[in-house]
Write a protein that binds this ligand. Sequence first.
Ligand code: FES
Length: 395
Amino acid sequence: MSQDLMRYAARMDLSKMGAIMPRRMAHIAQGAPVPPKLDYAANLTAKALHPKCQKLLVAEVIEREGGAKSFVLRAQEGGELARFRAGQFLSFSLAIGGSTITRAYSLCCPPSWAKQGKYMITVKPSEDGFAGNWICANWHEGTQVTASAPLGEFSYTRLRDARHILGVCGGSGVTPFCAMACAIAEGSEDYSLTLLYGSRDSDSILLGEELAALAQRCERFTLVNVLERGGGDESGYITTELIKKYMPEGDCSLFVCGPAAMMQAMETAIAPLGLPERRIRRKTYGVTEAALEADWPQEAAGKTFSLTVKMRDQTYTVPCASGETVLVAMERAGLEPPSRCRSGECGWCRSRLSAGTVYIPARTEHRRKADLAYGYIHPCCSFPTSDLTLCVGCE
Ligand code: FES
């Protein structure tokens, strides 16, 4: 013990130590019988608006065109649901086989439904589909599901967007526009929407009746059905010329949503329009196929690489085929990595790549500059081009 400390200890009256506990107990006895309130109104509101997850229940199943189904979802414990902006999506956790995966589905109901305690999504099965087919086969009235809070930037923002949106979509890509049209019709949004909706034929128009009814009763929503096989408002494909034909005079924002193949074609179609990037919003539906991308490194074709994953204090080594994303490889191995949007936007899956190289399609490249510099990737839209070592959840 130092000299100073010994002098200090010598001056202390240790007999007073025994009085401390009775004094403390007297203070505690004077306190309120109930614990102090720690949840303030602002915290409760924030929690309600941005819950970590939502426990929902399938309340109704509505059969749609081409085997698609709309699912009306309610809170398992009743009450209101987290609010959303028309165009946002929910990310669902699905336990399929031995894996837990996520899938994002756009809300396709008016935003006012959240206050009434319900949401609606529409899911279309497809020949080579996986999660959508599983949902359509396994979700029934009463099924309990877990979803994220509403997420995504595919929605009108007054500061960024023009007051007129030209929407371009195909297949299930119509669902966020359905919510936008509902929001305009119910008066909760004050922009105008012209929607170019590409489908193969009249039988494959998803939510066709609902959209037609909305267009009829709301003059700020215009629907243009573009049918490949003819017979719609327009025939053939959505081209630069067609987009120009329906582009409003003056300023407009362009929102594009559809499957990966369509999104790729749309990049070529929208480039000549010369719109500033801030006026363009993109959302890709379904799985991106690396092999379809023009700049995918062909030498990776047909190869399977070794993926070493460090996650939650464990190290795993799993195979990762060149045509599948790093996220899918981890999910297939049952690792349960974090994910939400699956299109490179939310950053929820952000992980550090400490060895190896990946291919990232340009339109799914949403990483911050610092992440690019320090080797972080979004596994949901990264395809391996060599063996990889990935650290999930590492800073
Ligand atoms: S899950 Fe959103 S960026 Fe990967």
